[in-house]
Structures are given as C-alpha cells and as structure tokens.
Design a binder for this molecule. Structure first.
Ligand SMILES: [Mg+2]
Length: 346
C-alpha cells in the first residue's frame, strides 16, 4: 500500500473556539492510499499545525507505505527536529500518526484497540470536566467530576474555590469522585493553601496548578501537598514523559494523544508508566483517539469527557450511564463527512 495524498484542515463547528491559541484548535488529517482506504487522525495547533502537516510531514509520507508506522514515525520526528520536537509541531505530528493507526486498523479490518492487543466492548468509566457550576443533569450518568477552578483563587483568597468544591461535592454525593483543574494559573503557595482548605472534601487530584515547565516547583509541591498532583496535557513526546516519570513530577500523568505525539508516543508512555508503577489518565480519554488505548492498555481506565464541539467526527461513542465503550468498527471506528466540513481559513 502506498500513500497517494495527505490532506489537512482545521474544522469549525458551533461552540468551537475560533482560534488555535488556546490549544484547542484541533486539526483533521486525512491520509489517502492507492488501496482506496483513507485514514483519519486529529492533531492540534490550528492553522499553524495545518502548515506543518502540509509541508514537512506531507513530504515525509507521500509515496510511502502507511502500514510501516515506526518507519513513518521516525521520519516525521526527524522532519520536525529543526523547528522543535515539542509543542505545536508535535501536535501536528500527532494527527498524522493517528491517521496511520486508523489506516492500519482499516487495512486489517480490526479496531485500533485490537492492534494494541485489547478488544472493543468494555465499558470504561467517564469523568466529566466542568467549567462552571456542577449540575447533575449535565453529568451523563457519571458521579465523577473535574472542576476548573483556575479563576476562583485570587492570591490569599481561596474561599471561592472552597465554595465551588462544596457545591460540587453536594451534587455528586460523598461517594462521587472529585478533581480540580487550575490550568497552569496558580503558584506553589496558592496551591498549598487551596489543598489545605479542601482536603477534607476528598479531592482525588489537583491538576496543572503550575506552569508546565516548572518541574522543580512541581517536585516541591509533590513533597508538601496532601492531595496528589496531576499534569502532562501540555507535555510532549515519550522522552518528555520519561523525564516526568524519572523525576516524579506528577502523581497522575495526563498525556493527550492528539498533542503528545499520537498513538505511537502514547503506547510508549503507557509502557513506561506500567514499568514505573505510575498512574496514567489520558487527557480527553473518552474521545475516540485516546479511548482505544484506554481499552487496550489500561488496567483501571478512567476517561475524561470529550469536548462537545468536536461534532465533525461521526461515530464517537456516546457516554451512557457514566461509561463509554469502544465500538467494533475498524480503525478508530469513525467517519468524516468531508463535503460538509466548515473549515478555518487565514
Ligand atoms: Mg487540564
């Protein structure tokens, strides 16, 4: 099988952020072949990511065998070295890699979960990410919630965070699972102050309270904080996660398969986490791209709810009674109605 074209765009949909700069400018990569099969993957980086795929990565892939994923991956990694192997170039590469995995599944008439040694059909529990008020009717049958609270702690005043946690705990009940996300907006002191005030409300983790590269302060936080610290959605490559594990930066690691280097990277990250005895909870794990890895590689999977505006992928399994299940359709089990896509242009 040979690759005959590599196409890419940034789809737009109602409610979707209209700019890539908040990192949610997801791009769609399509890899066409002379077999008639097309593989689809999703990456990040908006139109900047689109440009990386259209130039560097397309040059690597054209005319090559898409089923030799390790060789294709190594060539794509090499192509982005001069512009930096992390950040948005890695987000672009993730989309191309996922398209190759989708093709490999379709060519073998099996799911990506099966390619990874697992199988479809296993219900995986979902936690729902909430930006405003936690309401039972928005939890899709789940009693696990992650609450964004980055805007609620202002210097020494952490009471708005405590109040939000109290309200969330009331809604999900004492047995519900509750996590907090500070999206890189706090510092060491604020995080410790919040942790002290919410500790008795059973918080499973505090996510990304500090800047993603401030590993030294993260380690200090890990030593002093009574609540486990999670992070990794803004970390990249298997090598990057290796460093996070060696230095015990986070207790819970959260790679995003559409940003961190695709399935080829996530498989390695899972293997390293198993060996290190560390917990992995992939970012947006209920979206189909990460879900196949959770189904195949995770002994105790917990999937984060997907972003509701990614409506241009058809076949994303719904959350039912707080769980999501990989379908048995080949590849990632999705289709794209390309003629209906609205796309972002310069
Ligand atoms: Mg987060």
């Amino acid at each position: 099988m040979k690759i005959t074209d590599v196409r890419v765009c940034q789809p737009q949909s109602p409610g979707c952020p209209d700019d890539w700069r908040n990192s949610m400018g997801q791009i769609l990569v399509a890899v066409d072949t002379d077999s008639g099969l097309t593989g689809y993957g999703v990456g990040g980086g908006g139109l900047a990511g689109v440009h990386v795929v259209q130039t560097l990565l397309r040059d690597c892939l054209m005319g090559q065998d898409p089923l030799e994923i390790p060789a294709r991956y190594a060539e794509m990694q090499k192509a982005i070295w001069p512009i930096g192997s992390r950040g948005l170039s890695c987000m672009a590469l993730s989309g191309a890699d996922l398209a190759l995995w989708d093709l490999k599944g379709k060519a073998g008439n099996c799911t990506v979960a099966e390619l990874l040694g697992g199988k479809a059909g296993r219900p995986i529990p979902v936690y729902v990410t909430v930006w405003d008020e936690v309401k039972l009717e928005n939890l899709q049958g789940s009693r696990a919630v992650k609450l964004h609270v980055e805007q609620r702690a202002d210097g020494a005043d952490v009471e708005p965070v405590v109040e939000a946690v109290r309200q969330a705990r009331e809604v999900i009940g004492p047995e519900g699972r509750l996590m907090l996300d500070a999206w890189m907006r706090w510092d060491l002191e604020t995080t410790l102050r919040v942790a002290e005030h919410v500790a008795e409300m059973h918080i499973e983790w505090i996510e990304e309270p500090l800047p993603p590269d401030d590993l030294e302060t993260y380690r200090e936080l890990g030593r002093c904080c009574s609540i486990p610290i999670a992070g990794g959605e803004h970390s990249y490559t298997a090598a990057g996660f290796h460093d996070l594990m060696v230095h015990r930066v986070f207790t819970v690691l959260q790679p995003d398969v559409t940003w961190c280097g695709g399935m080829s990277a996530l498989v390695k990250i899972y293997e390293m986490a198993h060996n290190a005895g560390m917990r992995l909870v992939p970012h947006r794990g209920a979206e189909v791209w990460g879900l196949h890895a959770l189904a195949a590689l995770d002994d105790a999977p917990l999937a984060e709810s997907g972003r509701p505006w990614v409506t241009w992928i058809e076949g994303q399994p719904p959350v039912i009674d707080g769980t999501v299940t990989v379908s048995d359709r080949p590849g990632f089990g999705i289709t794209v109605e390309e003629s209906a896509l609205q796309t972002v242009t310069w």
